[in-house]
Design a protein around this ligand. Structure first.
Ligand code: ADP
Ligand code: MG
Length: 233
C-alpha cells in the first residue's frame, strides 16, 4: 500500500538547513497497523505529512497503492488525498461551529455527495464510533474522547485506503486513550491500513509493528505482540 525509498527532507530557514529525514526506507502492506515512534523532534510528523501528501520530500520516492507520488499539481494531489487518505490529529481539528454530523459529512461534501446521502453516510459512521446520540452536538459540547471519535468517523467517511493518525491520543487521559486505541484496533481488524505516530511506548504496543525513528533514520522496525487496548483499563 505504501512504499518509500531513500526519503530525505530538510527544512530551510534563511541560510540554515535542518536535515530531518536522512534516507528513510519502509513499506506498509494493506491491512497493517503500524506505529512510528520516536522522541519529540525526531521527524515523525514530517514523515507522516509526506505520507499524507501534505508535504513533499526533497529526495527519494513514495508510491501509494501503486501510484508514484511526485510533482502532482495541487488539484490532483487533493483528489488523491480525498480518495486514499484519512487524517486524525492530536488536536482533533473539528470545525467548531459545525455539529458532529456535519463534521463527519465534510469530506463527503467535498466529494460532491448530495445532502441526503451525506447525512446517511455520516450518521452510519457516527453510529460506528458510538456517537449516534451526539450527532447534533457541537465539538465544545463533547469530551476529548468523543471529539476524537467524531474525528475518526470523519476520517473514515470517505472510505480511505489508509488512515494516518498523528499522536491521536496525545490530548487524552490514559483511560480515554485506551478506548480510542480499542476503536482504532477494531477499524484495523476490518482490513483498514493504519499508521499511527506516537512517542508513547504503551500506545505503540497496541499496534502490530513498531518503526523506531531516531536522528533521521529508522533504527528499528519490528513486529510486536499486539496488546489489546482495553485489557489495560
Ligand atoms: P516530531 O513529530 O517527531 O516531534 P517533527 O517532524 O514535527 O518531529 O519535527 C522534526 C524537526 O523539524 C524538529 O526539529 C522541528 O523543529 C523541525 N520542523 C518541523 N517542521 C518544521 C518547519 N515547517 N520548518 C522548520 N523546521 C521544522
Ligand atoms: Mg509531531
Amino acid at each position: 500500500m505504501i512504499e518509500i525509498k531513500n526519503l530525505h527532507k530538510s527544512y530551510k530557514m534563511g541560510t540554515n538547513s535542518l536535515h530531518v529525514l536522512k534516507g528513510i526506507n519502509f513499506s506498509v502492506a494493506e491491512g497493517e497497523l503500524v506505529s512510528i515512534m520516536g522522541s519529540s523532534g525526531s521527524g515523525k510528523s514530517t514523515l507522516l505529512n509526506i505520507l499524507g501528501m501534505l508535504d513533499e520530500a526533497d529526495e527519494g520516492s513514495y508510491t501509494l497503492d501503486g501510484l508514484p507520488i511526485k510533482n502532482l499539481n495541487e488539484k490532483i494531489a487533493a483528489q488523491y488525498r480525498n480518495k486514499f487518505l484519512g487524517f486524525i490529529f492530536q488536536s482533533f481539528n473539528l470545525i467548531s461551529y459545525k455539529n458532529a454530523l456535519d463534521n463527519v459529512g465534510l469530506p463527503l461534501y467535498y466529494q460532491g455527495i448530495k445532502h441526503k446521502e451525506r447525512v446517511e453516510i455520516a450518521m452510519s459512521y457516527l453510529e460506528k464510533v458510538g456517537l449516534a446520540d451526539w450527532a447534533g452536538h457541537l465539538p465544545n459540547e463533547l469530551s476529548g474522547g468523543q471529539k476524537q471519535r467524531v474525528a475518526i468517523a470523519r476520517a473514515l467517511a470517505s472510505n480511505p485506503k489508509v488512515l494516518l493518525a498523528d499522536e491521536p491520543t496525545g490530548a487524552l487521559d490514559t483511560k480515554t486513550s485506551y478506548e480510542v486505541m480499542d476503536l482504532i484496533q477494531g477499524i484495523n481488524e476490518e482490513g483498514r491500513t493504519i499508521l499511527i505516530v506516537t512517542h508513547e511506548h504503551d500506545i505503540a504496543e497496541m499496534t502490530k509493528r513498531i518503526v523506531n525513528l531516531k536522528d533521521g533514520v529508522i533504527i528499528d522496525d519490528s513486529k510486536v505482540n499486539q496488546v489489546r487496548a482495553l485489557s489495560n483499563v
